[in-house]
Design a binder for this molecule. Structure first.
Ligand code: ATP
Length: 851
């Protein structure tokens, strides 16, 4: 349907609606026919394809081939067990992926978009999904258009349609009919679903919803949550590939070595190759890491930090700077007028009452009005006067970019313009002598220095034919100042302290006056409060100049959203990982540029929420700090999981390699190695993901993003732990007679060694056994399951038969346990020593930096 070719009246008639909107009943009955206003996402893969995906990666294919070969040679038990391992691994992989997807899907629902519609004349808020054809939608700057609309009323409406047309310049919209056939980009009387309102306001009637909208036709999910992998998981995949290549090279070397030295035993080599591949590639690790990350996303949502993708979880843990708005984020946004400086109170009050966006009828009680807290403060101040509203004829809405608001009213024979806004802007436009201006500035500064947000008031009488434009605002009569208090949130004060303890610097970027900003900064405890950069200063600086000073400044005052972008970029130039808050439509570029763009769930515009990586459901600064803590906890757990996985993999591999080099029979059969792998995959691999935050999580500096996945220290740890698991176990087993017994001892030693080492890994450097030992229930459940499974293979006849094990005596078990405990204590002592060394290093570095 070419709605743009119809007049507004014809459109309303065709769609059976009217300018006052639909009634509730009408909307409900239409919704039954219409269905939800939602774009069906194309399912990328169906369940079977998803399951199949986990059986087709290289390692699985190798195992499947191995199993088939075993079947062909008549070794059914071995073949069967290899198949079992393949199936368990594949299903576990699928389950992990589904879990990760589920937690992200849950978030999508939480981020549902809202729309304002008219219901029998009254504006109401609705989830955008509930819109039906015929609904009358109100648009304002910062909104994302919720459906395809034929516009029926516009005021300076410009819309950015890049998502549809690729054109990033905003388009000015009209309501007039367009006669000739036009593509979406030229349909100027339409507003399309998913496009962004840059300026102005408008009213439009919904003509298409869901899949029938322009954006629906190209099937582009609006609030798509990115499930992309994170840098760490990517590195892990790469590492796996390298390990795989390394093992192939090793197998080839062993093939040559053993056949030259001892003569080739194909059967042995085949078994050994499978054992090596299975044992040494931590194939499940990327999936485990992904799952830990997705659980983190869910945890953060519970804490009111809604994360849009897993990479953000990782980045949060390394954040070094938080740039925050002041109003509403650090302060309560409960504004009250503290002082008014004027000799013409009557006219000031009249401006307060009329030059505003909230009150439209005299009968409205101020307690019932919601909206911009600055204007509410003014309305409350004049509420008792019972002044009548002057009929309004024009308006320039407030914008942080020019920092004032003006309205035009009829006034007897002529007209009057009321202006309120930042005093220095108004004083520039006022008719004053130098001395008068200086006096007002002094008064304003006095208010601001007490932490008050200062507004100036002015008016101008104009002819009855005059129109309200920015250019008309000259020669104003300046009449007074009001100081508004907006106290800091107690939680923000605590959060700023916490962030600073965690080595994260907090910077405040505000549109307010620098004296106000400074006073509030002192109250909330920012560090560098003596040096302040104003928007105008930043304008004078080159990007390089700004980058040089930006680190030492914590207060940026009288800024516009454009300055935020420059500040982020400057900080990033200095290798900072930057979190930046924003709520307005113009904040989107800065939010996108920041490493973590943070939008406000309550007062933020839809556009800012779309641009952000994280949305604060409670608009609270404290939530950012909580999210950082969670991000650090998760990253620690990822690191712990890696530290746990790799040595145990290496230990198993070493056993095979040493045996081959010494021409000994394989100490463990491939089946036994598969078993060890499978039980630990099922039980031990997740447990560390549930570890609570360590004590020092928020007292140590942010993680250095430049270090790779494996530090020199990690290599050291992997090597010695794997040797410590393997060597005692090997020699112990050799002291006994009988293959089955030797193998059982070895198997049990490795499994127990892994279990114990997992407990070591709970804390990276602190003692593993501490007061919070029992907090991670999951760890004990895992150990419990592992225990039962091991009992099964060591003592149950069926288990013994399948895996080739035999029962152990009590003494044998105690010796194995003793070995494991030895490992535990050695690792604990090593951690302690390493911690001391790292501390000393840190100290010398900080000394060096201070000098
Ligand atoms: P922050 O960035 O910390 O949230 P802010 O967004 O409140 O600060 P702005 O909204 O840009 O900062 O306000 C800047 C200045 O504009 C204020 O100091 C005040 O003088 C003036 N101002 C704020 N709100 C209004 C309004 N509704 N009408 C007129 N002037 C306003």
């Amino acid at each position: 349907m070419k709605w743009y070719k119809l007049s507004t009246e014809a459109t309303l008639q065709k769609i059976q609606s009217q300018t006052a909107g639909l009634t509730k009943q009408e909307r409900e009955s239409r919704r039954m026919i219409n269905g939800p206003n939602k774009i069906e996402e194309k399912k990328q893969l169906n369940t079977w394809q998803k399951v199949a995906k986990h059986f087709t990666d290289l390692l699985m294919v190798v195992l499947i081939i191995a199993a088939l070969l075993k079947f062909l040679t008549g070794e059914f038990i071995e073949g069967g067990i290899i198949f079992l391992v393949v199936i368990v691994n594949g299903l576990v992989g699928y389950w992990q992926e589904r879990k990760a997807e589920e937690s992200l899907d849950g978030l999508k629902q939480m981020m549902g978009q809202e729309a304002t519609v008219l219901s029998t004349g009254q504006p109401i808020q609705l989830p955008a999904e509930e819109l039906v054809k015929g609904d009358i939608v109100l648009l304002k700057a910062g909104d994302v258009v919720p459906a395809d609309l034929r516009l029926i009323e516009v005021h300076d409406l410009t819309v950015e349609e890049a998502i549809l047309t690729g054109e990033s310049e905003a388009v000015e919209k009209v309501i007039t009919v367009i006669d000739k056939d036009s593509s979406a980009g030229d349909q100027l009387n339409m507003a399309f679903s998913g496009t962004l309102v840059q300026t102005g306001t408008a009213k439009g009637v919904v003509v298409e919803t869901g899949n029938d909208t322009e954006i629906g036709k190209i099937n582009h999910a609006l609030q798509s949550i990115q499930a992309q992998t994170t840098p760490l998981v990517k590195k892990m995949h790469q590492l796996n590939k390298q390990i795989f290549r390394g093992i192939l090279a090793l197998i080839i070397f062993l093939l040559f070595f053993t056949s030259f030295r001892y003569g080739m035993d194909w059967n042995l080599m085949f078994a050994a190759s499978i054992a090596l591949i299975v044992a040494m590639i931590p194939e499940g690790l990327p999936a485990v890491l992904t799952m830990i990350l997705s659980m983190g996303v869910k945890e953060m949502a519970k804490e009111n930090a809604i994360i849009k993708g897993m990479p953000a979880v990782e980045t949060l843990g390394s954040m070094t700077v938080i740039c925050s708005d002041k109003t509403g984020t650090l302060t309560k946004n409960e504004m009250t007028i503290a002082e008014v400086v004027t000799e013409e109170m009557e006219i000031v009050k009249e401006i307060m009452n009329n030059c505003q966006d909230l009150k439209t009828q005299d009968e409205q009680r101020v307690e019932a009005i919601q909206g911009n807290p600055t204007e509410l403060a003014l309305l409350k101040y004049v509420a008792e006067e019972n002044q009548k509203l002057k009929p309004i004829k024009g308006k320039i809405p407030f914008s942080s970019a020019y920092k004032y608001m003006a309205t035009l009213h009829s006034n007897k024979q002529d007209q009057i313009i009321f202006v309120k806004g930042a005093p220095e802007v108004l004083l520039e436009k006022a008719q004053l002598t130098g001395a008068e201006k200086a006096e007002w500035e002094k008064q304003g500064l006095a208010l601001a220095s007490r932490g008050q947000r200062v507004l100036g008031f002015a008016y101008k009488i104009v002819e009855s034919s005059a129109e309200l434009t920015h250019d008309e605002l000259t020669g104003l009569t300046f009449v007074g100042l009001a100081g508004i208090i907006d106290p800091p949130k107690e939680s923000a004060i605590r959060a700023v302290e916490k962030a600073q303890q965690a080595g994260i610097s907090v910077k405040m970027i505000t549109g307010d006056h620098k004296a106000t900003a400074q006073a509030i900064s002192e109250q909330i405890g920012l560090k560098h409060t003596s040096k302040i950069l104003e928007g105008a200063d930043i304008d004078q600086m080159t990007d390089n100049d700004l980058a040089e000073v930006v680190g030492q400044v914590d207060i940026f005052a009288r800024t516009t959203p454009e300055h935020k972008l420059r500040i982020v970029t400057a900080l990033q130039k200095k290798d900072e990982v930057v979190g930046m808050t924003g709520d307005g439509v113009n904040d989107a570029p800065a939010l996108k540029q920041a490493d973590i763009g943070i939008a406000m769930g309550i007062k933020g515009s839809e556009v800012s929420k779309q641009a952000a990586d994280m949305v604060l459901a409670d608009d609270n600064f404290y939530t950012i700090v909580k999210a950082v803590k969670e991000g650090r906890r998760i990253f620690d757990n990822l690191q712990k999981t890696i530290n746990f996985f790799l040595p145990t993999a290496l230990a198993q591999g070493l056993i095979v390699i040493v045996a081959l080099l010494m021409n000994q029979p394989l100490p463990l059969t491939p089946i036994q190695i598969l078993w060890v792998n499978m039980v630990t995959t099922i039980t031990l691999s997740y447990a560390l993901g549930f570890e609570k935050a360590s004590r020092d999580t928020m007292t140590r500096p942010p993680r250095d993003t430049k270090t790779g996945i494996l530090s020199g220290y990690s290599f050291f740890r992997i090597l010695y732990v794997s040797l410590l698991i393997m060597i005692p176990a090997y020699f112990l087993s050799m002291r006994f007679e009988g293959v089955a017994l030797q193998q059982t001892i070895l198997l049990q030693s490795i499994v127990l060694g892994q279990a114990v080492y997992m407990i070591n890994c709970r804390e990276q450097f602190d003692p593993a056994i501490n007061r919070r030992f029992f907090e991670n229930k999951f760890l004990f459940i895992s150990l419990g399951i592992l225990f039962v499974l091991q009992l099964g293979v060591v003592f149950l006849p069926l288990g013994q038969q399948l895996i080739g094990t035999t029962a152990l005596s009590l003494t044998q078990q105690l010796v194995i346990l003793g070995n494991a405990l030895l490992l535990f204590f050695v690792v604990e002592i090593e951690k302690r020593i390493s911690k001391g060394i790292f501390r000393r290093k840190e100290k010398t570095i900080s000394q060096y930096q201070n000098d």
